[in-house]
Design a protein around this ligand. Structure first.
Ligand code: NDP
Length: 375
């Protein structure tokens, strides 16, 4: 891991075709942490479309999705997204680079890129079907990228994009919330102490909502420090019992799943447009298990049945998903630079310590984000 190892090198093949390689952590098969392999010879990203940019990675944020993907979660769906015509051999995604968050500097812009220039400091959340940020460079579409908040270091900035664009997609696009309609709204966040929760609390408080959060007792001080108005300890007994005694909610963001669906929708104000949005969905598992066509059918049937059943009770049932978005990150940058949202970095690791960073993630009990410093 000398400095030299981190310098991308230009090599020339026997046919004089210019090839480049770079340092990266890759997996060559799905599995446990043993599958992670450091290489100095990962393929250098290439601009294939005129709206793409290559970013030199300074810091990479990790998410539970990285642990899941390392184990093969979503492999069938993501492979189809990478190869829609299904012409490549099985396993063509390897060597696969994980890491969904990036903060860094633009190194090269495609011909149609107008909004960015070389050397601009940027942040982005990387879609899971693309090569990730545990590498010295990554290629992204310009519309997935945003100028990084000036008030944050790269390490801090890499803690935000994936959870922020997930929370934005769930709360704004699916939930219909905005800075103009949140005042006096009562929001419940199930699972407030992790990546999505710590971001969502701050965004909703900045927009004037009243925020109730579930977490363990030892995280209460932490989530109150981020602005949570009311905190319920989910380890003190069945959590639905204290929640049922509270005034009903306008929106619930579920970062926990499990049996929460059984009781959470009863906590919503009926016949008022109130919504329950869960991030824990069987979408990718269905496709992995049943194949793309049957998995889609099963998914559509499941969500439609649940939505209709709950509509009859006067509440809305929705699934929330990560959605990459440079424009959403532009709005989030303004909130960060205005001091309304701070990065919550729980632990940082060096580039040489990526397996340790995955070990930490796998232990759970996150209190914010895990970030790998690349350079
Ligand atoms: P994290 O691992 O960062 O945080 C999870 C948090 O939940 C931890 O702080 C954990 O702490 C807490 N927790 C665990 N069990 C409970 C419980 N029963 N009640 C309340 N809190 C609990 O995950 P993220 O915030 O990044 O993501 C949350 C979930 O959303 C993950 O399952 C993730 O896979 C999913 N997700 C889905 C996306 C989608 O596109 N659908 C996109 C992004 C995330 P402790 O155990 O100490 O209580």
């Amino acid at each position: 891991f000398s400095n030299l190892a981190f310098k991308s090198r230009r090599l020339f093949s026997s046919s004089s075709r210019c090839m480049t390689v770079m340092p990266a952590w890759v997996i060559d098969k799905y599995g446990s942490n043993d599958a992670l392999r450091f290489t100095k010879n990962a393929s250098f990203p290439v601009i294939n479309y005129p709206n793409e940019v290559i970013v030199k990675v300074f810091a990479a944020g990790l998410n539970p999705m990285d642990v899941s993907m390392r184990g093969g979660y979503g492999a069938a769906t993501l492979s189809r997204k990478r190869d829609p015509l299904n012409i490549k051999q099985s396993g063509s995604e390897f060597p696969l680079i994980l890491g969904r968050d990036v903060s860094g500097v633009i190194m090269e812009c495609g011909l149609d890129v107008k909004y960015f220039r070389e050397s601009d400091e940027v942040w982005a959340a990387i879609p899971p079907w693309k090569q990730g940020s545990l590498a010295e460079f990554v290629v992204l579409s310009a519309n997935e990228v945003s100028h990084k908040p000036r008030s944050l270091t790269h390490t801090e900035a890499a803690a935000i994009p994936y959870v922020a664009t997930t929370a934005w997609s769930a709360l704004v696009n699916t939930g219909g919330l905005s800075k103009d309609n949140c005042t006096k709204k009562r929001i419940l966040i199930l699972g407030g102490s992790g990546g999505v929760g710590t971001f969502a609390i701050q965004m909703l408080k900045a927009w004037g909502a009243h925020v109730t959060v579930t977490c363990t007792q030892n995280a209460e001080h932490f989530v109150r420090g981020l602005g949570a108005d009311h905190v319920v300890d989910y380890t003190a007994g069945p959590v639905e019992e204290p929640l049922t005694t509270l005034e009903k909610f306008d929106l619930i963001l579920d970062n926990v799943g499990g049996d929460t669906e059984r009781w959470a929708l009863t906590l919503l104000k009926p016949w008022s447009g109130a919504k329950y949005i869960t991030l824990i969905t069987p979408f990718l598992q269905n496709m992995d298990r049943l194949g793309i066509a049957d998995g889609m059918m099963q998914t559509a049937a499941t969500v439609a049945t649940k939505a209709l059943k709950n509509l009859a009770r006067g509440v809305h049932y929705r699934w929330g998903f990560f959605a990459p978005s440079g424009p959403a990150l532009d709005e989030i940058r303004e909130m960060v630079d205005a001091g309304q949202i701070r990065a919550v970095v729980e632990e940082t690791f060096k580039f040489s310590q990526v397996p340790q960073a995955f070990n930490k993630l796998e232990k759970g009990h996150a209190r914010g984000k895990t970030v790998v410093e690349i350079s």
